[in-house]
Design a protein around this ligand. Structure first.
Ligand code: IFM
Length: 451
C-alpha cells in the first residue's frame, strides 16, 4: 500500500518521527493501582465507600489491593525504565495526605509520594502529577462533597501541601482529572462514586470543580510561580456521519451542548449558550468564579478514547463496520486528529498533552505466558500517528501518556476491563509485558512510529 504522504517515505515503509523532546509517558491513578486503602493512616475515600457497598462494582471488586502499587512501586518503576518512559503521570490520593480531607497532615502519606518521586527522578523519569483523580475524602463528602464551597478551598489547601512537599522535583501539575466524569457519572448517572442521581447537583458540581481547579492553580503558583499548571479533560469528538446539512447540524449541536462544558469556561471564560440550554440553565456562579476558572493555564491535558457520530436522525449508536473495544467504545483514531484541530481552531490553546489514550480488550495469555494484544497495539499505533499528523497540522502537542501502564481497577467495571500495556495477574500480582508494551518501548526508543 502507498505510504501516507505525511509520513517520511522510506521505501515500502513510512516513518513518523516526533520532536526530540516529545514527552512519552504512561499514566495511572491512585485508587486504580495503589491498594493499601486503609494503611499508614490513610483516610477513607468515596471510592472506598462506594466499592465496599454491595452491588456497585462488577464482581464486587474493590480497590483495596488493586495492583498493590503502594508496596510494589519500586518494581513498577523498574518496568517504567524497561519501557524507556520519559514521564510517568500518576495521581495523589487526597485522603492519604489528609485523612479528614482537611487539617492534620498524614506524614506517612506524603512520605510515600516523596519516595516515589525521588525514585522516578533517579530513574530519569519525569513525574507528572494529578492532584485529584476521583478519590475524594469520604468525610468531606458527608459535608456536602463538591457542592459545598468550603471543600473547594480545602482542595486548594491540599494542593498547597502537596506542592510544598513535591514542587522542588515536579514541574507539571494537573489539578483535576476529568471533572466531567465526576459530575456526570458521580452525581447524575450514579454509576460512579459517590453514586448520586441529581442533574441539578451534577451541573453545580461541574461548575464547582472548575472553581476548585482555579483555586488549586492559584495555590500551586502561590508556592512556586514557575510550576506549570493545567487541567485534564476527557473529550470525545462529535462527527457527522455524512455531509447532509442535518447530520452536520446534529454533530455541531452535540458538540456545543456537551463537549464545551469545561472547554468554554476554562478557555473562554463563559458557558456556551447551547450548553446552558442543554443543562436547563446556568449553575450558581459567584462573583469572581469565571475569572478564577479562566485564569491562564500552562497546558491542557486531553484524554481521548473515542467519538460520537451523528446522522440526520441523531446519534448513531452502532457504527456499521466499526471496531469496538471491550468497553464498547468505537475505535476511530482519525477523530483524534479532527478533535485536536477543532480545539486548535475554536480556542486559544496552551500546549497540549494527550494525558490518556488506550483501549480495553480481552487479553489472552498464551501457553508460554505471552500476551499478543495486537488490537491494543494497533489502536495505539493509529492514535500515535494521528497525533503526529495533528502536530503537522499545527497543533502544539508536547507529549503522550498511554492509558495505562498496568491493568488496573476500572471503576464500576472492576478488574474485568484491562487497559494496561503490562498485564497484572491479580491473584499473584505478577506483571507481564504485553506485546503492546514491548512495541511502545520501541516507539519511545526510536522516537518514531514506523509502519
Ligand atoms: O480508567 C479511566 C481513567 O481513570 C480515566 N479516564 C478513562 C480511563 C478508562 O476508562
Amino acid at each position: 500500500m502507498a505510504p501516507n504522504v505525511q509520513g517520511l517515505d522510506i521505501g515500502t515503509m513510512t516513518k513518523y518521527t516526533f520532536p526530540h523532546n516529545f514527552l512519552w509517558g504512561a499514566a495511572t491513578a491512585s485508587y486504580q493501582i495503589e491498594g493499601a486503602w486503609n494503611e499508614d493512616g490513610k483516610g477513607e475515600s468515596v471510592w472506598d465507600r462506594f466499592s465496599h457497598t454491595p452491588g456497585k462494582i462488577a464482581n464486587a471488586d474493590t480497590g483495596d489491593v488493586a495492583c498493590d502499587h503502594y508496596h510494589r512501586w519500586r518494581e513498577d518503576i523498574a518496568l517504567m525504565r524497561q519501557l524507556g518512559l520519559k514521564a510517568y503521570r500518576f495521581s495523589v490520593s487526597w485522603p492519604r495526605i489528609l485523612p479528614a480531607g482537611v487539617g492534620r497532615v498524614n506524614e506517612a502519606g506524603l512520605d510515600f509520594y516523596d519516595r516515589l518521586v525521588d525514585a522516578l527522578c533517579a530513574a530519569n523519569i519525569e513525574p507528572f502529577i494529578t492532584l485529584h483523580h476521583w478519590d475524594f475524602p469520604q468525610i468531606l463528602y458527608e459535608q456536602g462533597g463538591w457542592t459545598n464551597r468550603d471543600n473547594l478551598h480545602h482542595f486548594a489547601d491540599y494542593a498547597a501541601i502537596v506542592t510544598k512537599r513535591l514542587g522542588d522535583r515536579i514541574s507539571r501539575w494537573a489539578t483535576i482529572n476529568e471533572p466531567g466524569v465526576i459530575a456526570w457519572d458521580g452525581y447524575i448517572g450514579g454509576e460512579h462514586a459517590p453514586g448520586e442521581q441529581d442533574p441539578l447537583k451534577g451541573r453545580q458540581v461541574a461548575h464547582n470543580l472548575m472553581v476548585a481547579h482555579g483555586l488549586a492553580a492559584q495555590a500551586i503558583r502561590g508556592v512556586d510561580s514557575n510550576l506549570q499548571v493545567g487541567i485534564v479533560l476527557n473529550q470525545w469528538m462529535a462527527d457527522a456521519a455524512d455531509d447532509q446539512p442535518q447530520s452536520i447540524k446534529n454533530a455541531g449541536q452535540a458538540w456545543d451542548s456537551s463537549e464545551t462544558t469545561f472547554l468554554h469556561p476554562i478557555l473562554k471564560g463563559y458557558y456556551h449558550p447551547a450548553q446552558v440550554e442543554w443543562t436547563g440553565g446556568l449553575p450558581e456562579i459567584q462573583p469572581g468564579d469565571m475569572a478564577l476558572i479562566s485564569q491562564k493555564m500552562d497546558f491542557l491535558g486531553i484524554n481521548f478514547y473515542s467519538r460520537n457520530l451523528y446522522n440526520a436522525k441523531g446519534h448513531v449508536d452502532e457504527v456499521p463496520g466499526a471496531e469496538y473495544t471491550a468497553i464498547g467504545w468505537e475505535v476511530c483514531a482519525p477523530a483524534l486528529r479532527r478533535l485536536l484541530n477543532k480545539l486548535n481552531r475554536d480556542y486559544s490553546l496552551p500546549p497540549v498533552y494527550i494525558t490518556e489514550n488506550g483501549a480495553a480488550f480481552q487479553d489472552v495469555v498464551a501457553a508460554d505466558g505471552s500476551i499478543h494484544d495486537s488490537r491494543r497495539l494497533d489502536y495505539l499505533r493509529q492514535h500515535f500517528i494521528q497525533t503526529r499528523l495533528a502536530m503537522q497540522d499545527g497543533v502544539d502537542v508536547r507529549g503522550y501518556f498511554v492509558w495505562s501502564l498496568l491493568d488496573n481497577f476500572e471503576w464500576a467495571e472492576g478488574y474485568n476491563k484491562r487497559f494496561g500495556i503490562i498485564r497484572v495477574d491479580f491473584d499473584t500480582q505478577q506483571r507481564i509485558f504485553k506485546d503492546s508494551g514491548a512495541w511502545v518501548a520501541g516507539v519511545i526508543r526510536d522516537n518514531a512510529v514506523t509502519i
